[in-house]
Each structure stands twice: as structure tokens, then as C-alpha cells.
Ligand binder design. Structure first.
Ligand SMILES: [Mn+2]
Length: 410
């Protein structure tokens, strides 16, 4: 029955015209490239679709970063769709929690090749090829910012089609790290007879199931150190009940977290040489890269260099680039990590002050309430909305390092 082969691009979370708010301090030429990166990644997606001669492109929600998107984002998207139209490539688009449809005038003003799931009810749209309905594609769009109910029961196979493909913007019911929208269970999806589940919402690439594929492609361009590594889309080929998935990176600028060992540095000036070497490697591997550097040392002097401003000087010196070359590496932030030269367990057994302190650190797993005064500070609250668990753990670690290094100095 399923003889005809179909192929498509599965993408999601384009977040066109993301403002990259936290990167306002980077040099102008670099910031301009960052601001263009979501559009450049879209262009790379279009070129890939054309090169692979796919039948259609799926965009599973959050095509725009905001419900009130910019005119530029609209025009760029429309232009991309026109390019695909010129190559007879169809587009199936649904909106997500970021670009929900309420109050938006611009939800389906596209060329004829673009098919929009315009309301919150799951519907199916046909894809026709060589005179037959080659695929039914199912999806829905967010009307408001949040959908809290499970949408999977609404996905019901309809009509005669060679393949049935479901698009869903939402999260695994168990994923509490992100806003849980349209929560689903993989088991529910597997019990249905769809050939492919094209997910969106979570920006990290993830294949939740192989047969049938239940897949998050992740976003196409990282936007912060939390969205590091390769970002892109899947090229999917379906034939005779077999699915072949190939990931293609599309990111124009890469975000990376890098650990730099400066234990051997006896003078803060040596850090610059170590950094230069590492950054040259980064440019080679990644092209354009925004880094978060963790300086690591087994010498407590690293903490002094941070406090006296030497580390900041070194980073500033390294960052003095114009961003006009075809590859560059820019350090957007850094933190320090010092190897313990004490044994926590041994220390905690003692009845001296450092032992008590170490015990307290180990017993305290949540430091949220100690951070409250910072969040309430009138200046800080303009910039800080809160700390993630990861950030809290990092702050706690640094506090422990600072206190212990001072206490055990002699
Ligand atoms: Mn998103």
C-alpha cells in the first residue's frame, strides 16, 4: 500500500526576530549578526529544503518569538515561503505558545503553498502527490498563551492517505523544567497509528521514540548559553513504513560553554595566552561562537584574580575584536571553579567552625530564600527575574569555595 515515498523537513521554534536581550553589551558588528541569526538560519532551512527536493516543510509552532511580531519577521517569513513556493514545496504551519493567534492579524497571509492550522481544534490537511492523497497532516494552533489540557485524544486518523503525520507543540507530561503546555504521554501517541509525530516547544533536540518517530528537532538557532551546541532540523524520508531521519544543523552562531583550566597560570597575564589558544580552536570547530567560560584552577589565587579584576581585564582584552571576520569567538560571560584542596567529608566530621560550616553547606540544598534580598533589590530586580536550579547550585558552590578558601588559607 505505502509505495509512494515522501520526504519533508521537520522544524520548530524558529523564534524569528528574537531580541537576544541579554546580549546587549556585545560589540555592534557582532550584535548585528546575532540579531540576524534567526533569519539567516531560516534562509539555511529554505536552501536545505530546496537542495533535498522535499515535498513539504513542517513548522511545529513558535515560528515567531512573540505574538506581536515585527514587520521584519513577517516579511522575512513570507519571502522564505515564496522561495519554497517557486520550488513547489508546500509548508504546514502551526502556531505555539509564543506566537499564539489571539490579537494577531497575520496568521495566514501567505502564498498558496502555505497551509496554516489556524485554530485550537486538531484538524487534518491533505498533501497530494501524483494524483493521490500522499499524506494527511494533523495539527492545531495556540489561541492563547497557554494550553493546559492534553491534546493527544483529539488526534484521530481520518480518510484515506498513505501517511498520517501529527504536529504537536507541547511538552512531555513529566517535563517540569519548562512551561508544561499541551502535556502528552509517549505511550498515548504510540497507541495511535500515526507514521510520525512532529513535535515543537522544547528547544533541545530529542528523539522520544523510534518507531513511530516522536521527535523534537529543537530550535534552529540557539539564543543563549542554555541553548548550546548544534541547532537545526530533521530531513525525514518515509517509505513502506520505514522512516529515515537525518539531522541538519542550521545555526549561524553557536553558543558554547567551555571549561578552561588555568591551574598552570602563575600570573594573570598567562590567562590571556591560554584563552587565545582555546579560542583559536573554537573558531576552527564552530565558526562564529559566543562562549560562556568556566575558569578552572586548583589554585585559590584564581579567586583573588577575580576579586581584583584581573580576570575581567583578561576577558576584556580577548574580547577586543570587531566581529568582521568570517569566524570569531566572543566571551559573553564567565565564572570560576576552584578544585577543593580540602576533603569535605573529613572536614564535616570535625567540631571546629570550618567543619560546622561545611556540614551546613551539605545540609542546605535550597538556597532560594537567601537569594530573595537580591531579587527584591530595586536596581537588581530590573535585570533579574530569578535563578534557575543550576544557577543556584553554582552560586552555592562559589560561596562555599570563597568561605573555605579564606578559612583554610593558612
Ligand atoms: Mn519555543
Amino acid at each position: 500500500m505505502k509505495k509512494e515515498k515522501i520526504s519533508f523537513i521537520h522544524s520548530a521554534d524558529l523564534h524569528l526576530d528574537s531580541p537576544f536581550k541579554g546580549l546587549g553589551s556585545v560589540p555592534g558588528a557582532i550584535f548585528e549578526q546575532i540579531r540576524e541569526s534567526t533569519f539567516d538560519a531560516l534562509q539555511a532551512l529554505v536552501l536545505l529544503a530546496i537542495e533535498k527536493k522535499v515535498d513539504f516543510v513542517l513548522i511545529a509552532g513558535d515560528v515567531f518569538d512573540e505574538n506581536q511580531h515585527s514587520l521584519k519577521a513577517r516579511m522575512k517569513l513570507k519571502g522564505a515561503f515564496e522561495q519554497l513556493d517557486a520550488h513547489d514545496i508546500e509548508v504546514y504551519l502551526s502556531y505555539g505558545n509564543h506566537d499564539f493567534t489571539a490579537g494577531s492579524q497575520f496568521i495566514d497571509q501567505f502564498p498558496e503553498n502555505v497551509h496554516v492550522f489556524s485554530d485550537q481544534q486538531v484538524r487534518s490537511l491533505p498533501f497530494r502527490k501524483n494524483g493521490v492523497t500522499a499524506a494527511n497532516i494533523y495539527g492545531f494552533s495556540y489561541r492563547e498563551r497557554a494550553i493546559t489540557e492534553n491534546k493527544t485524544p483529539e488526534y484521530i486518523l481520518e480518510g484515506q492517505a498513505l501517511y498520517h503525520i501529527a504536529m504537536l507543540h507541547g511538552s512531555l507530561h513529566s517535563n517540569t523544567e519548562h512551561d508544561v503546555y499541551a502535556p502528552f504521554h509517549v505511550q498515548d501517541m504510540m497507541e495511535k497509528d500515526f507514521d510520525y509525530w512532529a513535535l515543537g516547544h522544547i528547544h533541545t533536540r530529542d528523539v522520544l521514540n523510534q518507531q513511530p518517530p516522536i521527535v523534537y528537532p529543537g530550535n534552529i538557532q540557539g539564543r543563549s548559553k542554555k541553548e548550546s551546541g548544534e541547532k537545526g532540523c530533521y530531513h525525514v524520508e518515509l517509505q513502506n513504513g520505514e522512516a529515515k531521519l537525518t539531522f541538519h544543523p542550521l545555526q549561524q552562531i553557536r553558543f558554547e560553554n567551555m571549561k578552561v583550566d588555568v591551574s598552570m597560570c602563575s600570573d594573570p597575564q598567562d590567562i590571556i595566552a591560554v584563552l587565545e589558544k582555546q579560542l583559536a580552536k573554537c573558531k576552527n570547530y564552530y565558526g562564529k561562537v559566543i562562549l560562556h567560560v568556566t575558569f578552572f584552577s586548583n589554585q585559590p589565587t584564581l579567586q583573588e584574580w577575580q576579586q581584583t579584576g584581573y580576570l575581567e581585564d583578561a576577558v576584556e582584552f580577548i574580547n577586543d575584536i570587531d566581529g568582521l571576520d568570517s569566524t570569531w569567538a566572543y566571551i559573553q560571560g564567565y565564572s570560576i571553579q576552584i578544585a577543593h584542596n580540602w576533603n569535605r567529608e573529613e572536614l564535616a566530621k570535625g567540631h571546629h567552625f570550618a567543619g560546622e560550616l561545611s556540614k551546613r553547606f551539605q545540609e542546605t540544598d535550597k538556597i532560594g530564600r537567601y537569594l530573595q534580598p537580591i531579587l527584591q533589590h530595586r536596581k537588581a530586580r530590573k535585570y533579574l527575574s530569578g535563578f534557575t536550579e543550576e544557577e543556584q547550585a553554582e552560586i552555592k558552590q562559589q560561596a562555599e569555595d570563597l568561605l573555605m578558601n579564606e578559612l583554610l588559607k593558612k
